[in-house]
Design a protein around this ligand. Structure first.
Ligand SMILES: C[S@@+](CC[C@H](N)C(=O)[O-])C[C@H]1O[C@@H](n2cnc3c(N)ncnc32)[C@H](O)[C@@H]1O
Length: 303
């Protein structure tokens, strides 16, 4: 029988795998950290709330798991200032080759974190078994009961990885990704190469990804969590697309408003889920009450 998980793993993380050999997302698809510094700004606001709830420890961590080219880690490092900036330690966790960025340390494993751990489009890059129904797999029985005779990605490896990541944190852990819920599952295995969605071939020539069962990940990690949309979370963290000023100031503010609108587009990046766990910190100290996430089946990697 074909071992989908092993083939997917070899294609991305084997000796000649897509990510192992140093392919970076920026060359193949567009993610929120690549839009501009605004996601990092919002995450710094979240980190400052985590820091306050932890009582401002001497060292506060920002850990970026599945950091790719390190754009998010680097932007957080360069935007942080004041007391938080002086105490901030930024770690990029990545299986592919590190990138030399000032103030960012690289690791291939997740360190213990006192602060904020973020997995931005990390979970969708974790290989899974693939099954054709009907299936007696316990994960499918619980999390994909509507499967029938179709195909499905079994989310167990992502649940396990997310639970371990959340378990390494004091503060908060945030997964940002495209995905689905038990009420909206659909088979979504696909590939990306050079800015195009392509057939998912397991030869290392393309990224291979599938939507994340964020409800199952939340349940596996447990504790205090919320699952909301990027669109709502960014507004709650103060990002606005208001255009102000005149002359150059107006132009800069209009460009920024365009980037914020892209990050909040409900049919694109704004439709991504934000799964936020409080780890010894109540989630209510970090975000106000927001509507639950309703995934948009069309939203996937943005090319
Ligand atoms: C889709 S890319 C996202 C990159 C970046 N976060 C962004 O949004 O632009 C996923 C990244 O996760 C990395 N990755 C996957 N599993 C990992 C693991 N267990 N530890 C560290 N990095 C991992 C891959 O090598 C890849 O660079």
């Amino acid at each position: 029988m074909f071992d989908w998980e092993a083939a997917w793993h070899a294609a991305l993380y084997g000796p000649a795998g897509f990510f192992t050999r140093g392919e970076k997302p920026a060359a193949h698809f567009r993610t929120s950290p690549l839009v501009g510094p605004e996601l990092a700004e919002a995450l710094l606001t979240l980190l400052s709330r985590v820091d306050a709830a932890l009582g401002c420890p001497p060292v506060v961590d920002f850990v970026d798991v599945g950091a790719g080219g390190g754009e998010l880690a680097s932007a957080v490092r360069s935007l942080a200032s004041g007391s938080l900036g002086a105490r901030l330690r930024v770690t990029a966790v990545e299986l592919g080759p590190p990138v030399d960025l000032p103030g960012v340390r690289w690791s291939s494993t997740i360190p213990r974190c006192e602060g904020l751990l973020v997995g931005h489009e990390w979970l969708d890059a974790i290989p899974c078994p693939v099954v054709r129904g009907p299936s007696s797999d316990p994960w499918i029985t619980r999390w994909w009961p509507s499967l029938g005779d179709g195909w499905a990605e079994v989310g167990t490896p992502r649940d396990t990885a997310w639970a371990a990541a959340v378990g390494s944190v004091r503060g908060a852990a945030l997964a940002i990704d495209y995905g689905h819920l038990v009420s909206s599952r659909h088979f979504s295995l696909t590939g990306y190469r050079d800015g195009r969605q392509v057939e998912p071939v397991f030869d290392g020539s393309c990224d291979i990804t599938a939507h994340v069962a964020l409800d199952a990940c939340a349940d596996a990690a447990g504790g205090d969590f919320v699952l909301v949309s990027q669109r709502d979370a960014l507004a709650a963290l103060g990002l606005s697309s208001e255009v102000t000023g005149s002359g150059w100031e107006w132009l800069e503010s209009a460009a920024r408003a365009g980037r914020v609108a892209e990050l909040r587009d409900p049919l694109g990046l704004g439709g991504f889920g934000w799964l936020l766990h409080g780890c010894g910190v109540p989630v209510s100290a970090l975000l106000p009450s927001l509507p639950p996430w309703r995934p948009n089946p069309a939203s996937h990697s943005v090319v």
